[in-house]
Design a protein around this ligand. Structure first.
Ligand code: NDP
Length: 329
């Protein structure tokens, strides 16, 4: 099968040179295993962390070995009763056109409730990140002001809509005017193009009553500006820091601790897998809101296995609106 290996570890921004295409033999399936045909591959910012050797919450990819991540696949051969041929599954699988995996490492998904790629997005890892990070950590109340950075991405677009469901005033930041217009269509009260606006001034104008909740996907100067607007007992969920994933030096910024102190702000980092035991609850609730038309979802679908590296690299250029996925078959 065709596979994509990590060719070398990036210094700073990754490039196509980090990826190598190769053909590999697959082993025959054993009892309890299935042969899978990859349908959709998820490309995610956290994979940048796994390309480096630094210690983190998931092990680094190995140089010369396949890159792996969220995949939706179809069972084409089965030695496992629970997953007959034709079953659709989601799991952590290599960037390959076909792969072999134990059935018990996979989650079966229904074919008819939503587009199957949504199990990588709204009804999968990124939707759950929005769900638990916003509702568990920020816990916005009716009438409060919520800011979300990276608002037009997979996690952010769901965070903003969930905050609207909870009756909050929602402000998002994103990197193009098209994304800003899209966020307004989604029901965001205010949206700011952080590349063209004076971010501190625009945020202050958009949040005349201050900020009660901040869902941070991005870090850096946008976050610095939000910290100046915090209300008493504000809650901050640190979800991601994409503006710093390619940094080669530790970035220095204002030291915000005294602002957090004076406002009795709660700040919490989290990884979606912290909530593993509650995933079924999250998928069920997100599915219900989607089914009722209360949640919309958007994807940027790139076509073709050979385009996976480009789709991944595009995350750092803001190429995607909503979830970036690659349609393989
Ligand atoms: P997105 O769909 O949001 O894609 C990434 C987006 O980030 C781009 O479209 C781009 O949009 C924006 N971006 C890229 N570079 C920068 C920059 N230098 N400054 C500001 N924005 C930038 O990805 P996800 O929704 O999947 O992930 C969002 C964040 O959440 C990431 O930081 C990710 O690591 C994190 N995450 C954390 C999880 C957890 O468990 N804690 C789980 C899943 C994701 P724009 O055009 O607006 O610049």
């Amino acid at each position: 099968t065709n596979t994509i290996l990590l060719a070398s570890r990036p210094q700073g921004e990754p490039t196509e040179a980090q990826f190598k295409f190769e053909t590999r033999e697959l082993p025959a399936i054993k009892s309890g295993e299935v042969l899978l045909k990859t349908r959709y591959v998820s490309v995610d910012p956290y994979m940048r962390g796994r390309m480096s050797s630094a210690k983190s919450y998931v092990a680094p990819f190995e140089v010369g070995e396949p890159i792996a991540g969220g995949v939706v696949a179809e069972v084409v051969q089965s030695q496992a009763d629970q997953l007959p041929v034709g079953s659709l599954v989601v799991g952590s699988l290599p960037w390959q056109e076909y792969s072999v995996a134990p059935a018990k490492s996979l989650q079966q998904v229904p074919a008819d409730q939503a587009p199957i790629s949504y199990y990588l997005g709204l009804l999968g890892m990124t939707g759950l990140t929005a769900y638990f990070g916003l509702l568990d950590i920020c816990d916005p109340k009716e009438g409060e002001t919520v800011v979300v950075s990276g608002a037009a991405g997979a996690v952010g677009m769901v965070v903003g809509q969930l905050a609207k469901i909870k009756g909050a005033r929602v402000i998002g930041t994103a990197g193009t005017d098209e994304k800003v217009a899209y966020l307004k269509e989604l029901g965001f009260d205010e949206a700011i193009n952080y590349k063209t606006a004076d971010v501190p001034a625009a945020l202050a104008a958009a949040a005349p009553n201050g900020v009660d909740c901040y869902f941070d996907n991005v870090g850096g100067p946008i976050t610095d500006a939000v910290y100046d607007l915090l209300n008493k007992h504000a809650r901050i969920a640190i979800c991601g820091q994409i503006s710093m994933y390619n940094a080669t030096e530790v970035p220095m910024g204002p030291r915000p601790e005294s602002k957090l102190l004076k406002t009795s702000t709660k700040l919490q980092g989290f990884i979606v897998s912290d909530y593993l035991s509650r995933w079924p609850e999250g998928v069920k609730q997100l599915g219900e809101w989607y089914g009722q038309g209360k949640l919309q979802f958007e994807e940027t679908v790139t076509d073709g296995f050979e385009q996976i590296p480009a789709a991944f690299l595009g995350l750092f250029q803001g190429d995607n609106t909503g979830k970036a996925v690659v349609k393989v078959a």
